[in-house]
Design a protein around this ligand. Structure first.
Ligand SMILES: [Zn+2]
Length: 448
């Protein structure tokens, strides 16, 4: 039977949605709110069933200094990341059956005690159980060092590679502002730990030996410590615009300052430009993907212009690095709409972490939709969970990232299906890609 269009209009909204989703052909600019809501309600439970691979996170307890290679300087948090956010109460209720409706200091004590009890009871299963509750199959632990309380079946290590760029006297670097006073000494500490790991008492006098040491750490981390990628948070410490100096230039600077003396800023930067590019090249040779923090940062002195994701264009589009997989952590936020076009480069991927925590679901939906509409096979999901304090832990931030990620994803796809951009089947395939498949494909055989 052939229905005339006029008859179709009279049929119940649910059937209309079906008709809309089945339609093949020209996409429409508008859908009715009912169509979108209906599709959202249908897609969300299916999305919740997709096991997640979390591409960027800092799992750990708040008293563990290894959750990051840096620490938070004093500064202000955006609205949603403040501990006045009522969503955090919802998180504590969902994960720990928290009995109160606020996080007042007396009430928060209950939560701190409950977590301590569970930690004692469950040991190495504690964080795996949090993943189970959120249907995260496996996740990245981007940490200074891996923790023995994280089960290696569920957490894969991504280490920090910035410290190789700060081997000289850093007095001037540290003195720049109060943020650097926190960060730079921690980079020095990280470098000393790598030296210790390779049984090195002091930095080698020769540049050749220094570069060998850098490679040795990468290989050691990859082969003996199961690291799956290296991470840069360099935007916190200097510009992400990297020049292209020669080896001789870098060597000369190394020789001049390795034994002491404060390098002038320009010379230090030139040296770092060379080291950064060396690490990127090694990442290609070793099949060790390069994760780069690309977004606004915490602290009052994070430079948005110097740390701008667009500064990386000369690196990302350099054919010499075609073998290096780049993951733009935090998707260049708040320039994620521009940054997604880097995903047109075959070896560049985007990660959504942080975006779905600083943005509320409605705003995140819009950003994610634009990503889904351009390079859906190059976008990956991350929570950026972090133990902020005793009450607001990695646990609650896992929950917030996952919930917002799924809601934003379901809402974006509902709109795309309702306007005839994709079929429901295609939408679910995109959901699998974003939450799991696209990232897992990068680490073939190493993650699942
Ligand atoms: Zn992070």
């Amino acid at each position: 039977m052939k229905l005339r269009p006029r008859v179709l209009l009279l049929i119940a909204p649910a059937i209309l949605v079906l008709a809309a989703t089945a339609a093949v052909g020209q996409a429409r600019p508008l859908a009715t709110p009912d169509q979108v809501r209906e599709l959202y309600t249908r897609l969300l439970p299916q999305i919740e069933k997709i096991p997640i691979f979390d591409h960027h996170a800092h799992p750990g307890f708040p008293d563990d200094p290894d959750v990051d290679a840096m620490a938070a300087p004093p500064g202000s948090s955006p609205l949603r990341e403040r501990n006045t956010n009522p969503e955090l109460v919802a998180a504590a209720k969902a994960l720990f059956k928290y009995p109160y409706d606020d996080l007042s200091p007396e009430h928060a004590k209950w939560l701190v005690n409950r977590k301590a009890e569970l930690k004692k009871e469950q040991g190495i299963a504690y964080f795996s159980n949090i993943l189970d509750k959120l249907n995260i199959e496996q996740g990245v632990a981007n940490r200074a060092m891996m923790a023995d309380y994280l089960d290696s079946k569920r957490f894969v290590w991504v280490f920090f590679a910035d410290s190789f760029m700060w081997p000289f006297d850093n007095h001037k670097e540290t003195a720049r502002n109060v943020d650097e006073q926190v960060y730079i000494p921690l980079q020095e500490k990280m470098l000393r730990r790598w030296m210790q790991q390779e049984n090195m008492k002091q930095l080698p006098a020769s540049f050749d030996e220094y570069m060998k040491f850098v490679t040795q750490v990468l290989e050691d981390n990859q082969k003996n410590k199961a690291a799956v990628a290296m991470k840069f948070e360099v935007a916190y410490f200097r510009s992400t615009k990297f020049g292209d100096p020669t080896r001789e230039q870098a060597e000369e600077i190394y020789k001049r300052y390795v034994a002491g003396g404060v390098p002038p800023e320009q010379e230090y930067r030139t040296f770092q430009d060379y080291i950064f590019r060396y690490l990127v090249r090694e990442g290609g040779r070793l099949h060790l993907p390069v994760h780069i923090h690309t977004a606004v940062g915490i602290g009052d002195y994070f430079s948005m212009t110097e740390g701008n994701v667009m500064n990386l264009e000369n690196i990302l589009r350099d054919p010499r690095y075609a073998d290096t997989v780049f993951v733009l952590i935090h998707g260049g936020y708040p320039l994620e709409r521009e940054a997604i076009w880097f995903a047109s480069v075959k070896n560049v991927y985007m990660d959504s972490s942080l975006m779905e925590v600083v943005m509320y679901p409605a705003a995140f939906k819009d950003s994610l939709k634009q990503w889904l509409e351009t390079f859906p096979d190059k976008i990956t999901f991350g929570t950026d969970c972090f133990p902020y304090n005793d009450a607001l832990g990695a646990e609650e931030s896992y929950w917030l990232g996952v919930q917002t990620g799924r809601m934003g994803l379901a809402a974006a796809l509902a709109e795309m299906v309702a306007t005839g951009e994709v079929t429901q089947a295609k939408a679910l395939e995109m959901a699998h890609g974003f939450l799991h498949d696209n990232a897992v494909r990068i680490y073939e055989g190493k993650v699942h």
